[in-house]
Design a protein around this ligand. Structure first.
Ligand SMILES: [Zn+2]
Length: 320
């Protein structure tokens, strides 16, 4: 294929703090990249202009055929609207898809960031070659996405895949969403940070408090993990408890969806005790047949996943 006919698309990952644009060719190679601050206080108009500039910068003069956007939810993907973005002030009912299309002059599509990340992991990462994959991303919050029968599963209006808001501890800790006992409330980075701070306050001379001081950080998920590795009983108990909640979430997903693969992403997966406890809990509780079918693996694409997924959506829509 000559350069003039080559197909290039850009995937833009819009976050509360950064905009990442990746230019992909039709063979899924990343051929260009642009990273800039979102400057969320600027509001939708200026941020959307910045996104389009970022897409062109990533393209580096190549002619773009389409743009995929990964945006924080909730979204109405059918109508291309960001319904509400908690980390982006002023983003209520923004017709992002149309605005990007109008300003960039090429077709555009939008997808929830967790779904875009799940699609990328399925096509190019941990779920390659499988039919049914669930992404569970445990970072500050808990996100995820479902790829079923080889396709992103959207549900009635694009809201499917909110794995972080499965209720695993009814009546438990209040979640950011206002409900009680969601997976995100009891087994996220935020939940582990809170547990670390509780332990350090209750045991100011304990191992966890001393580790956090040595590392020069507020007690958090990382110091909790370090303390557990050094045998701190309170840290081990907190990580085991949170791991069992994650395990309940995994068991529900395995029994409900019978996936081939569950990919675990996000920074908190680095805590082996937390993740191992979750996997063992799922292996104990899931139906034997389902348990035999599923592999639980690390996600592979890291922070690039949503932008890659957004670009893949553009490529797949163009080829549809
Ligand atoms: Zn919730």
């Amino acid at each position: 294929m000559s350069e003039a006919n080559a197909v290039y698309v850009v995937g833009i990952d819009l976050g509360g703090t950064k905009i990442l644009s990746l230019c992909l060719d039709a063979s899924h190679n990343i051929v260009g990249r642009d990273y800039r601050e979102t400057q969320a206080a600027d509001g939708p108009d200026r941020i959307i202009a910045r996104m389009v500039q970022s897409a062109h910068a990533a393209a580096g003069g190549r002619k773009l055929r389409g743009i995929g956007v990964s945006a924080p939810g909730p979204l109405d993907t059918k109508r291309g609207i960001v319904t509400e973005a908690p980390n982006l002030p002023g983003w209520v009912n923004i017709p992002l898809q149309q605005l990007i299309r109008d300003q960039a002059g090429v077709p555009a599509w939008i997808e929830n960031d967790a779904n875009a990340g799940a699609l990328a992991e399925h096509r190019l990462g941990a779920g390659r070659g499988t039919q049914h994959m669930v992404l569970v991303a445990v970072g500050t919050g808990v996100g995820g996405g479902l790829v079923l029968d080889g396709r992103l599963y959207h549900g009635a209006s694009g809201g499917a895949g909110e794995v972080g808001h499965m209720i695993v501890d009814p009546g438990g800790t209040i979640c950011g969403c206002g409900r009680s006992g969601c997976l995100e409330a009891v087994a996220s980075g935020k939940a582990l940070d809170a547990a670390a701070q509780r332990i350090a306050a209750a045991e100011p001379d304990g191992l966890l408090a001393r580790i956090a001081k040595r590392e020069g950080e507020t007690p958090d998920a990382r110091s909790l993990d370090l303390a557990a590795n050094d045998g701190d009983a309170s840290a081990i108990e907190a990580l085991t408890r949170a791991g069992n909640f994650l395990g309940a979430g995994l068991t529900n997903l395995v029994n409900l969806l019978n996936p081939d693969v569950i990919a675990i992403g996000g920074s908190v997966r680095k805590s082996r005790l937390f993740v191992q406890t979750a996997i063992e809990s799922m292996q104990r509780d899931a139906f034997p047949q389902h348990r035999a079918d599923v592999r639980v693996v690390d996600a592979e694409l890291g922070d690039d996943a949503p932008a890659i997924g957004a670009a893949l959506i553009a490529l797949e829509k163009l080829n549809a």
